[in-house]
Design a protein. Structure first.
Length: 113
C-alpha cells in the first residue's frame, strides 16, 4: 500500500451535547460549578452527611502491636548473605526438594477441588 494511494480521512464529527436528564452530579462537582454561597451550603451538607455515617473501629493491643513495623520482621543479615551468595554464584539449591514441594502442593490442590 502506497501513501499516495490512501484516501483522505473524514473530519471528526462534533461532540453531541449532554442531555439534562442524565444522573445528577455529586455534591463535589456541583460545588465547583455553582456560586460561592451555594458552594458553602453544599459542602456543609455533604460534611454533615458523611460524619453521621462514620464507623468507629478499635484495635486490640495485640493487633495494634502487630500493625507496628518492626526490625524483627525480616532477617537483614540473612538477606545480605543470600544476595552475596547469588552474586558470587555460590547459592546452592536443592532442586529435588523444590520439585517435591511443587508436586505435593499440586496434589493437595487437586484433592481439595
Amino acid at each position: 500500500m502506497s501513501i499516495d494511494r490512501t484516501s483522505p480521512l473524514n473530519p471528526v464529527s462534533t461532540v453531541q451535547p449532554r442531555e439534562t436528564t442524565d444522573a445528577p452530579v455529586t455534591n463535589t462537582r456541583a460545588a465547583k460549578t455553582t456560586d460561592s454561597t451555594s458552594t458553602s451550603t453544599s459542602t456543609s451538607t455533604s460534611t454533615s452527611t458523611s460524619t453521621s455515617t462514620s464507623t468507629s473501629v478499635t484495635l486490640s493491643d495485640a493487633q495494634a502491636k502487630l500493625m507496628q513495623p518492626g526490625s524483627s520482621d525480616i532477617n537483614l543479615e540473612r538477606v545480605e548473605a543470600l544476595k552475596l551468595a547469588i552474586r558470587n554464584g555460590e547459592l546452592k539449591m536443592d532442586i529435588g526438594k523444590i520439585a517435591d514441594a511443587l508436586i505435593n502442593e499440586a496434589q493437595q490442590d487437586l484433592q481439595s477441588n
